[in-house]
Write a protein that binds this ligand. Structure first.
Ligand code: ADP
Length: 501
């Protein structure tokens, strides 16, 4: 019997497998690992381009060439191209050098001895002028390189001056600057504020819009938010929080105006940030060999001088001892905890003196329960992630936060406040529930923190359920690949919006 030949099936694209257009993206950031690193921005600017390149995009980075960049180690080469730009009544020259980030991502480094020939990345008296020039040069450099981006992706206030400048150039000569733009805010507290005099000298006055909104835009970050095609920050919850006066640091009016173009994407962790690969651990482990964590716990107790005890719950904290991180709450909550409960505590961090002193005092008064190390120490940090049972992160605000994600990867259960990236990455484990990856509290009070700690300590008593809780955290996807796919979507939104404007 003749059977009708099957009709060709229409190809149904599976989600995530749709053919992608290769995008050209220029990352503009003041620091990028491994070339120069001061804080978390360098990790993002060093890792995200590689994750995007792996998805098939042509991503390049541009940053200043500081004296601290090791030219020999990173094989920094002169491209032979240079250009001059006006700067506050004078003129400055940038010479373009070239190097590579990990994975071969090209990096363009702007040399100007007067502005960047200093060891420090930030903290100079003329930072405003240094990064105004950077922003101008970011827009100019592609014209010299014969390679132009489709999307200019600026990070934080240091690169933000490029955004009003690009906007102006694009409206004057769209064929020369057909680039869309995205500004990513890593921490809204740093804005690069300027006064009227600087605005006049720097030629920024023309970018300040009329009306009330213009009054709130006297900062590089404010101008960037106003002029970028898209704005993102490093978690969905922080993207909502910064629309309020509590978290907006005075920029909430312009953020509210841009709210339809504002999104949040959490950062990822590095590929080496796994307990199975961590050279600082005494015993490496993964989900299948989680019992090895006990070896690290014993090593941690020995190293910080606490009595070795496999059964006592051990609380760890690694982070800056500043109000943002909840250092004031810790100082208030830990005393009643140590006096009432059978727990041990290890704190590693540096920060504001009063918090350092309060914690050091606690360690003196409870020497068998609390150890406080006021230093920066990557190997002790690893041992805390690998050896502690619980990880404390009671932040007042937290744009994304890495500590809680590292802790979960290491099977260390986080106790966090429901804010910013902590709210987006840690799900609360209700009493007796087989869901959730940590313990979450809402109010910024010592009482609320103690409440979450009480729940955590009660849960610790049931070791079977505790192990399943640890495993749920370890199974989470904290990779850059997941974040890079979300950035792709935002790039496309920026391209759409740029084509409309
Ligand atoms: P921040 O706001 O400080 O960037 P994150 O949680 O995003 O906070 O990242 C901080 C990173 O720095 C984490 O990986 C944490 O382990 C590490 N860190 C912070 N303080 C110390 C310290 N004193 N010693 C070692 N590592 C630290």
């Amino acid at each position: 019997m003749n059977r009708p030949s099957p009709r060709p099936q229409p190809r149904i694209p599976t989600p995530g497998a749709a053919p992608r257009e290769r995008l050209r993206v220029l990352f503009a950031a003041a620091e990028a690992y491994p070339l120069a690193k001061v804080g978390g921005l360098a990790d993002v600017a060093g890792s995200l381009p590689l994750a995007l390149a792996r998805l098939g995009h042509d991503v390049r980075l541009i940053m200043p060439l500081y004296a601290a960049v090791d030219r020999a180690r990173f094989r920094v080469r002169d491209t032979g191209r240079s250009f001059a730009l006006p700067l506050r009544g004078g003129q400055e020259t940038a010479r373009i050098y070239e190097a590579s980030l990990d994975g071969g991502v090209p990096a363009y480094l702007l040399e100007n001895q007067r502005l960047y020939g200093r060891p420090q990345v930030y903290g100079e008296a003329d930072d405003l002028e240094r990064f105004l020039f950077f922003g101008q040069a970011v827009v100019e450099a592609p014209q010299q390189l014969g390679w132009a981006p489709q999307v200019l992706h600026c990070h934080d206030w240091h690169a933000a001056p490029a955004l009003p400048i690009l906007h102006r150039r694009r409206s004057q000569a769209p064929e020369r600057y057909p680039w869309a733009s995205l500004l990513t805010i890593h921490n809204l507290a740093y804005q690069g504020p300027f006064d009227d005099r600087f605005a006049s000298e720097a030629g920024l006055r023309e970018y300040l819009p009329e009306g009330a909104i213009g009054g709130s835009l006297h900062s590089f970050l404010g101008l960037g938010i106003y002029y970028a095609d898209q704005v993102s920050t490093v978690s969905e919850t922080y993207a909502r929080e910064i629309l309020t006066s509590e978290y907006g640091y005075g920029l909430e009016p312009v953020l509210q105006q841009r709210r339809r173009d504002l999104s949040g994407i959490v950062n990822g962790l590095g590929e080496g940030d796994f307990p199975a690969q961590d050279p600082h651990l005494v015993a490496k482990y993964d989900a299948k060999s989680l019992s090895q964590k006990a070896v690290n716990k014993a090593a941690l107790q020995r190293r910080v001088g606490l009595p070795p005890d496999p059964h006592i719950p051990l609380l760890g904290m690694v982070g800056r001892l500043v109000e943002q991180k909840g250092a004031d709450l810790l100082a208030e909550a830990l005393e009643p905890l140590l006096s009432r409960a059978q727990v041990q505590l290890v704190v590693l961090g540096t920060g504001q003196k009063p918090y350092e002193e309060a914690l050091a005092d606690l360690a003196r008064r409870y020497p068998r329960q609390a150890a406080v190390q006021l230093v920066f120490d990557a190997s002790l940090a690893s041992l805390i992630y690998g050896g502690a049972d619980l990880f404390l992160m009671p932040s007042r605000y937290e744009p994304c936060g890495l500590g809680q994600m590292i802790a979960m990867r290491y099977g260390t259960v986080p106790v966090v406040r429901r804010t910013g990236g902590l709210a987006d990455t840690v799900a609360d484990c209700h009493q007796g529930s087989e869901r959730g990856t940590g313990f979450v509290f809402v109010q910024y009070t010592a009482k609320a923190l103690l409440g979450a700690l009480g729940r955590a300590l009660a849960a610790f008593q049931d070791q079977g359920a505790w192990r399943r809780l640890q495993l749920r955290g370890m199974e989470g996807d904290y990779s850059w690949e997941a974040s890079a796919r979300k950035y792709e979507v935002v790039y496309r939104r920026a391209l759409e919006r740029a084509s409309l404007s």
